[in-house]
Ligand binder design. Structure first.
Ligand code: HEC
Length: 147
């Protein structure tokens, strides 16, 4: 089943994108385990972010097995998490923008999974993953440096 979809003309780059982003996520994850000289993020926030990672992995599993229920559940989790109060660690305009962009993409992913649109869901997942990376990059370069 999956193979049929991957044979679309963008199939190869699509697959590469997923591989690349999954790699980046693992890298991000590993980087977090290194001791930090700066203040550590508070424990609640850390657990909260781990839940996001779990939801994101669940979505990838759903995409890989064409299980739209799994994708949708993961997207709902991401959406719920992104609306939680803990998320708003900063009032910075840019941070808010990253945050609302992520919420928007999570909603879009949920809609596409509901419609059974595999390519659309995969693209939205890629966008959501890019948005994780962008926000972290921003947080590290700006917010943490200011502490
Ligand atoms: C709107 C900003 C924002 C977005 C989007 C975002 N995060 Fe985070 N994330 C943070 C902040 C802030 C921290 C805490 C600071 C740090 O560790 O650099 C963090 C930390 C993390 C951590 C490290 C937690 C720990 O144990 O220290 C993980 C894992 C994580 N995020 C996963 C994700 C995943 C997966 C996504 C996308 C599905 C995502 N985040 C999207 C803001 C964001």
């Amino acid at each position: 089943m999956l193979q049929r979809h991957l044979m679309y003309k963008n199939g190869f780059s699509f697959l590469c994108g997923i591989a690349l982003l999954t790699g980046s996520l693992f890298f991000l994850n590993a980087a977090d385990k290194k001791p930090k000289s700066n203040k550590k993020p508070d424990k609640d926030l850390s657990e909260f972010m781990r839940e996001k990672l779990a939801a994101s992995n669940q979505i990838l599993e759903g995409l890989a097995t064409e299980d739209f229920k799994l994708i949708q559940d993961g997207a709902v989790k991401l959406q719920d998490l992104s609306q939680a109060e803990k998320w708003r660690i900063s009032n910075d305009v840019m941070y808010k923008q990253h945050s609302s962009e992520f919420t928007r993409v999570a909603a879009q992913l949920q809609k596409q999974a509901k419609e059974g649109n595999l390519e659309g869901s995969a693209l939205s997942w890629l966008q959501a993953t890019m948005s994780c990376i962008e926000c972290h990059k921003f947080v590290r370069s700006t917010l943490i440096a200011e502490q």
